[in-house]
Design a protein around this ligand. Structure first.
Ligand SMILES: [Zn+2]
Ligand SMILES: [Zn+2]
Length: 125
């Protein structure tokens, strides 16, 4: 390889990296991340940055529009995504009938005491 060829290679390499950064910026992708793709994979990395969406989306159950995975409210219809953490194994979620506090109780419990109001309630079947 001649010096000119090498130089041209480096220039193309840098240009792909810089172009990827510019494209990535419009998509909210970190500059270092974009540069790496452009520089390492050249034109393919650039294309990947241009085509990929750094934000993962999910489908709104109400309106079927795509919304960002971190969104708490659907921007299209206002649907709220409430994420209920799964109870640990052997425990179930239950609501105090008196104060609506959510509690985790053992699966086989017949009665439970509310941690907030102290009310003892039978576990409904
Ligand atoms: Zn929606
Ligand atoms: Zn309670």
């Amino acid at each position: 390889m001649t010096d000119v060829g090498l130089l041209a290679g480096v220039v193309v390499w840098l240009m792909c990296g810089v172009a990827a950064v510019l494209v990535g910026q419009t998509k909210g992708r970190p500059a270092g991340d974009s540069f790496m793709f452009g520089a390492v994979f050249g034109i393919f990395g650039l294309a990947w940055v241009a085509l990929s969406d750094p934000h993962t989306t999910r489908k709104c159950p109400e309106c079927a529009e795509k919304v960002l995975i971190d969104a708490k409210v659907c921007k299209h219809c206002g649907h709220r995504f409430v994420e209920e953490p799964l109870p640990p194994p052997g425990k179930v979620s239950i609501e105090c009938p008196l104060c609506d506090t959510k509690l985790k109780i053992p699966e086989d419990a017949k009665r439970f005491r509310c941690a907030r109001c102290g009310e003892v309630s039978p576990v409904p079947d």
